[in-house]
Design a protein around this ligand. Structure first.
Ligand code: HEC
Ligand code: HEC
Length: 281
């Protein structure tokens, strides 16, 4: 409940209409419903701005066209992968359909660059895709779409997209690797280890630009399928998640684990995840 003065309340929405909602100088939050646009700064009732959650309407898009836009978006002002994928989806709707898509402050998706402000947590391309979905679908509808996108990402050898002569970072073929993880850190570091290419290099930037295109394309294919009623989760849950989850999960003997990521890259005991403080180059 937000307290505002009687004077403020009357000043904003008109005395006669709102007088009933005002009691002893306190305006009940529910009394402000529907007044979001009329409210002056500092007078808004809490959470009143989410009256129509996930209400934007999606459109069918051309995945190939979106992939190219996403690739270019990655390089645009150095905004990176999160911006690239998000613009490759919502920006394309803005270019084709105008409002409300063109009202979105697209540059905020720059935060996804390098796994969110350089932290290499979630791959920013995946953040961009999931964020675009969230404009149109709430979690019940969206979560399976995110799962399909992320599982596909875990299991696919990247990059696939090749811009040919339109390449902006590095032209030509690039080697591929499978991340088995949605994390920027694992995805990038593993690719660099397997290819011998430095993280700070044109080739690595180009790889991520191409993955931005790959993720936008896949994200749009999922959205298109969702809109035509053809969407299904096709990519299988990894064995580790099934096996480890048989004990580590809600209502199981060890109900302490959160998440859906493939457990193997981090808990397999491989040489890559063992102690690096001793006997290490
Ligand atoms: C047969 C049941 C079972 C399976 C299968 C299982 N766990 Fe566990 N695990 C346990 C129990 C019970 C504990 C004790 C933790 C607790 O108190 O909740 C534990 C503890 C852990 C711990 C913390 C202690 C430690 O040994 O490091 C980790 C990490 C862990 N499990 C990871 C995994 C992973 C990864 C898998 C799949 C490869 C897995 N577990 C599969 C039952 C299981
Ligand atoms: C990106 C790496 C990563 C992935 C993927 C991952 N874990 Fe972990 N997990 C960790 C780290 C790091 C910890 C904290 C370990 C510590 O306590 O030092 C942890 C903690 C745990 C713990 C608590 C016990 C402990 O040692 O702290 C369990 C149980 C566990 N993980 C199981 C799983 C299971 C099951 C999966 C797959 C569904 C999974 N993890 C996926 C990295 C990962």
């Amino acid at each position: 409940m937000t307290k505002i003065s009687r004077r403020q309340a009357l000043g904003v929405v008109g005395g006669s209409l709102m007088a009933g909602a005002v009691a002893g100088g306190t305006l009940v939050a529910g009394g402000m419903t529907g007044q979001a646009h009329a409210a002056a700064p500092g007078t808004a009732a809490r959470f009143q701005f989410e009256e129509q959650p996930f209400s934007w309407q999606p459109h069918i898009l051309d995945p190939e066209e979106c992939a190219v836009a996403a690739y270019d978006g990655y390089w645009h002002k150095g905004f990176g992968c999160g911006y690239g994928v998000f613009y490759g989806i919502v920006g394309m709707m803005a270019e084709k359909y105008g409002a409300p898509y063109n009202q979105f402050p697209f540059s905020m998706l720059e935060v996804g660059k390098s796994g969110i402000s350089g932290w290499a947590t979630i791959c920013g391309a995946l953040l961009g895709g999931a964020s675009a979905y969230a404009l149109f679908w709430g979690r019940k509808e969206r979560d399976p779409m995110v799962t399909e996108l992320y599982r596909w990402y875990e299991q696919t050898a990247f990059p696939i997209f090749n811009p040919g002569t339109a390449a902006k970072g590095f032209a030509g073929d690039l080697p591929t690797s499978i991340a088995h993880s949605p994390l920027c850190h694992v995805s990038v570091s593993k690719w660099c280890y397997e290819t011998g290419i430095a993280e700070k290099s044109k080739e690595r930037s180009e790889r991520c630009a191409r993955i931005t295109a790959d993720v936008a394309k896949k994200a749009v294919e999922i959205m298109n399928a969702k809109q035509t009623g053809a969407f299904v989760v096709e990519h299988k849950t990894p064995e580790s998640v099934e096996y480890c989850g048989s004990c580590h999960g809600a209502g199981k003997e060890s109900p302490i684990v959160k998440g859906k990521m493939d457990c193997a890259p981090c808990h397999s005991g491989s040489e890559h995840t063992q102690d690096k403080y001793n006997n290490h180059p």
